[in-house]
Design a protein. Structure first.
Length: 146
């Protein structure tokens, strides 16, 4: 699990996007297959403004199950690990688009006309939703408005 430690490091509480490149794709696949331990997930949880309830919703588990993972430093299943990693990548990308985590999280919690009036964070419980949010970030990054 040591591979996850470097991936989920933050600098001064801010996400760092410099690790996400094609050279490390197999490392990411291996990480997802092995599962992410709660101790590494906690770094993402603490650096995000999402509540435990929101994370439980994103991972399709109960808050109590999330608490059990914390208490026992359990390893998340492959599907949950992939979702954690996908959201982590999205958080990094969003920070790079908005400049700060604060501005990005404000946008995530605001209704988006381009997403049909839905708050972007409401879409993070599915892979398709994460891709929709990522696509919208790409449009914002390149100045393409809804």
């Amino acid at each position: 699990m040591a591979t996850a430690l470097k991936l989920f490091e933050t600098k001064n509480g801010e996400f760092s996007y410099d690790w996400n490149d094609d050279k490390r794709s197999y490392l990411l696949i291996k990480l997802v297959r092995e599962g992410i331990p709660y101790s590494d997930f906690a770094k993402v949880l603490n650096a995000s403004s999402f509540s435990s309830q929101e994370w439980a919703n994103f991972l399709n588990i109960s808050v109590r199950t999330l608490e059990r993972h914390r208490e026992e430093n359990k390893i998340f299943r492959q599907e949950q690990s992939e979702r954690i990693l996908s959201i982590f990548q999205l958080l990094n990308y969003g920070k790079s688009v908005f400049g700060t985590n604060e501005d990005f999280f404000e946008w995530l919690g605001s209704e988006s006309i381009a997403l049909g009036g839905i708050k972007p964070k409401e879409l993070l419980d599915t892979s398709i939703g994460i891709h929709m949010v990522k696509d919208e970030l790409g449009r914002l990054e390149h100045g393409v408005l809804a």
